[in-house]
Design a protein around this ligand. Structure first.
Ligand code: NAD
Ligand code: MG
Length: 392
């Protein structure tokens, strides 16, 4: 039986992972499931999958979790240290699907045990790509991308000579506002931004799709994961979300990965790799789809893409600063303290402020330095938001 753990089990990726695992009950020995505040879901899944331990990220949720698991023999635990302890437990395959920079430390710990890490938490790569890759190499652990674009690139590269790659094109749906007039974006609400045309995902990543911060993170993730240079990586808007990415080779060929917008493909690919097992995803009827369309990824509409290029060029801790400032700007937008288009203004201001001080962005990428940069960027973002009083 394969030992598996799922970090962020109660989220959108976590639930899709559980859907696949639960279809094959005899095949998996579930070690740890982790979640946040949705204790009912966490406890229900821990019981269904007979997990050894269920962990909530939040200490104040421990009592309800204990109560929900009473008499089952399943351990209950809470807090950051408990997440790390759960990541230390031997497993063959670990899903990293916590949202945000909070996913970094448990993912690193899982790699240190030599487990295969299925990486949905793109923020790990953005904040600390070189550290994540080095930890995997040192412990001979494999990382498999779960972000659909990166799974697509990974699949297009199988059997290929990476030095023959000219470029990588990742696609973007364009999110909720792709057809809005640019002038209307400033007054867009969190509810409007949290509606995705094609994918059913968590609230934060859905809003990040509307602002293209998600694609910005993915451009950086592409650089860190595959080692391509920033000028080899492009984004294109593809409203149908059927082509997930394309890899262009030096002979001019473009290899595209095509499939329905269902994360169970990328999760299942990572779960069964190197085998390809049958997956319960819809099969595309191309004649019915009839057309696939593309538009330029306009940096005037989506300035987050321009910032991603700058971050890729700067390197070092710029990714950690970018992600942390984005997380705080997103919090402020969700809480209606700033307008939609102000999110990029906040992130740009934080990058500029911290680049001006040596050591904040150009220090080495250790977990401590990443944490410090993350902390400082959050504080700076909060200051920028407070001082600017940007609620439009
Ligand atoms: P989600 O919001 O639906 O779920 C997030 C999970 O993380 C939940 O289990 C939640 O309890 C947990 N969590 C939240 N805050 C936490 C904290 N501080 N500490 C520990 N755990 C915490 O998110 P999601 O959409 O499933 O996305 C998860 C990750 O996968 C993100 O990094 C996202 O960018 C990436 N991703 C998601 C999709 C998708 O289709 N949803 C696609 C590609 C990549
Ligand atoms: Mg993606």
């Amino acid at each position: 039986m394969r030992r598996v753990s799922i970090f962020g089990a109660t989220g959108s990726i976590g639930q899709n992972t559980i859907d696949l695992i639960a279809r094959d009950p005899g095949a998996y020995d579930v070690v740890a499931l982790t979640g946040g505040k949705n204790i009912a879901q966490l406890a229900e899944d821990a019981k269904k999958l007979n997990a050894k331990v269920a962990v909530t990220a939040f200490e104040d949720c421990l009592a309800p979790l204990r109560a929900a698991l009473a008499g089952t023999g399943i351990e209950a635990a809470a807090g950051e240290a408990a997440l790390i302890e759960a990541a230390s437990r031997p497993a063959d395959w670990v899903m990293s699907a916590i949202v945000g920079a909070a996913g970094l430390a448990p993912g690193l710990r899982a790699l240190e045990t030599g487990a295969t890490l299925a990486l949905a938490n793109k923020e790990s790569m953005v904040c600390a790509g070189p550290l994540v890759m080095q930890t995997a190499r040192r412990h001979e652990a494999r990382i498999l991308p779960v972000d659909s674009e990166h799974s697509a690139v990974f699949q297009a590269l199988i059997g290929e000579d990476i030095s023959a790659v000219e470029r990588v094109v990742i696609t973007a749906s364009g999110g909720a506002f792709r057809d809005w007039p640019i002038e209307a974006l400033a007054s867009a609400t969190p509810d409007q931004a949290a509606t995705h045309p094609n994918w059913d995902m968590g609230q934060r990543i859905t809003i990040d799709s509307a602002s293209m911060f998600n694609k910005a993170l993915e451009l950086i993730e592409t650089k860190e994961f595959f080692g391509f240079t920033p000028d080899q990586i492009e984004a294109v808007v593809h409203p149908e979300s059927l082509i997930h990415a394309l890899v262009g080779f030096r002979d001019g060929a473009l290899m595209a990965h095509v499939g329905p917008p269902d994360m169970r493909h990328a999760i299942g690919f990572a779960l069964h790799y190197p085998d390809r097992k049958a997956l319960p995803v819809h099969r595309l009827d191309l004649a019915q789809i009839a057309t696939l369309s593309f538009r330029p990824a306009d940096e005037a509409r989506w300035p987050a893409l321009r910032l991603a290029r700058e971050v890729m060029q700067t390197g070092g801790l710029a990714g950690a600063v970018f992600n942390a400032a984005k997380e705080r700007a997103l919090d402020a937008f969700i809480e209606k303290r700033i307008g939609f288009t102000r999110m990029t203004d906040v992130v740009e201001a934080v990058l500029n402020k911290l680049s001006a001080h040596p050591g904040h962005i150009d220090a080495g990428i250790t977990l401590d330095n990443v944490r410090e940069a993350d902390h400082l960027a959050r504080q700076t973002a909060d200051d920028v938001i407070r001082q600017a009083n940007w609620n439009n």
